[in-house]
Design a protein around this ligand. Structure first.
Ligand code: COA
Length: 386
């Protein structure tokens, strides 16, 4: 029998047809539903982009208004979820908490699997998707209060998705310029074709399980340092470097030991990730208008990008979205272990768009393998084994 094709990491293998987003890795371009990411950041909001990803078209004012009202109305999570969270160790990583809390929402959902009728009921799926997008920021912010012994701050329906999150984690109404930056970051992180966590959405969704398992699995996949967890690693790396003067020596030593430079490299982009460029420009604009401080960490980041690009650029390895998003959140005063949960809050929109797309033309994922083990072994009773 012919051996099946094997592509480590499934590099170059198409896992699905999709009309949600597109990357031109050679040119460094990203679009959602055909709209350039820079245009969406300049003119849109996270709420509108989420609906664009889910529905495929820029919404009418009426449709956007209805979706936005739905998000605002469903920010509260059940009191029982808070009770579950109370028993989680406060030293745990917020991504682990988010994974558990989102999966636990499924216990309040009456059925464990999607019936045929539910699968074909678009408004029902839309409502489930909207509620998950609405609740994830509340869960992250509740934990941010609870882990320091405070009561969660209830969401405010008069604030936008981004502003409300900043309000819930700080207790203060945010500077509108900072709410706008977070909104832009949520747009930039909302979707990115078939990366590891989105692929997990396709696999889990293809079994027709409920969307809480689908999103819980995606959160777990995003948490790893090779994926969304890299934004926290970037800031830890910059802290470890400590000064602009130490950048060169640090990079040399790390590369000599075959260590990764966090926030660099991408399977698809062979040039600079367009999201990194937008984030860096945003930081510079905000700092020049006095909304952000330019910390030592930002100066180190600029120097790391310059010197790492000199060393790795010729191999097609450049800064990716995680390089500057962590630095930007740090400049906004957000704790490092919240960076990846914020990524997950944003990516929930893309994940759920892919979940919907998968269900619309579903076939369960069941790849094969190249078997490398023994064949036809004779069983030896335990007492006779040496
Ligand atoms: N620093 C140093 N070298 C890197 C690198 C990095 N950040 N990213 C890739 N490389 C090197 C690898 O060591 C490898 O070198 P080799 O051919 O000499 O062995 C080569 O580039 C290919 O890298 P590989 O890890 O096989 O690419 P991949 O497509 O499987 O992985 C990433 C892509 C994103 C996982 C990888 O670039 C990485 O680990 N980056 C750091 C983590 C990160 O920032 N993740 C967020 C992605 S948005």
């Amino acid at each position: 029998m012919a051996e099946p094709n094997f592509a480590p990491g499934l590099e170059g293998v198409a896992a699905t047809h999709s009309s949600i987003s597109n990357i031109d890795g050679a040119a460094g371009l990203l679009s959602y539903r055909g709209f350039a990411i820079a245009d969406l950041v300049a003119h849109s909001s996270f709420e509108e982009v989420a609906l664009l990803l889910l529905d495929g078209v820029l919404p009418s004012a009426a449709d956007l208004g209805e979706f936005d009202r739905g998000l605002r109305a469903h920010r509260q999570v059940k009191y029982n979820v808070r009770e579950i969270m109370k028993f989680m160790p406060v030293t745990g990583h917020p991504m682990d908490m988010l994974h558990c809390a989102v999966a636990s929402l499924g216990m309040f959902y009456p059925q464990q699997e999607l019936s045929d009728a539910e699968r074909e009921n678009t408004p029902h799926l839309d409502a489930m998707a909207m509620r998950i997008i609405a609740r994830m920021p509340t869960i992250v912010a509740m934990w941010e209060q609870m882990r320091f012994g405070n009561d969660p701050i209830p969401p405010r329906p008069d604030l936008s998705h981004a502003a409300n999150f900043l309000y819930m984690i700080s207790g203060r109404e945010p500077d509108p310029a900072l709410a706008k930056i977070l909104d832009s970051c949520l747009i930039l992180h909302a979707e990115h074709t078939i990366n590891a966590s989105t692929f997990s959405v396709l696999v889990t969704g293809s079994t027709l399980t409920n969307p809480y398992h689908v999103i819980g699995g995606a959160i777990g996949t995003l948490a790893g340092p090779l994926h969304g967890g890299a934004n926290q690693k970037v800031v830890e790396m910059l802290e470890e470097i400590g000064s602009v003067q130490r950048v060169g020596a640090y990079l040399d030593e790390r590369m000599a030991n075959k260590g990764k430079i966090w926030g660099f490299g991408h399977r698809i982009y062979k040039t600079r990730d367009p999201r990194a460029a937008i984030l860096k420009e945003m930081m510079e604009n905000l700092a020049s208008h006095g909304h952000l401080r330019h910390s030592r960490l930002f100066e180190i980041a600029i120097e790391v990008e310059r010197q790492a690009t000199e060393r790795l650029g010729p191999k097609g390895i450049h800064a990716n979205v995680d390089f500057y998003s962590g630095v930007l959140y740090h400049e906004m005063g957000i704790k490092a272990d919240l960076f990846t949960p914020i990524f997950a809050m944003a990516r929930s929109a893309g994940w759920l768009a892919h979940w919907r797309e998968q269900l619309a033309d579903n076939r369960i994922f069941r790849p094969t393998q190249v078997y490398t083990g023994e064949q036809g072994q004779g069983y030896i009773p335990v007492v006779q084994r040496s």
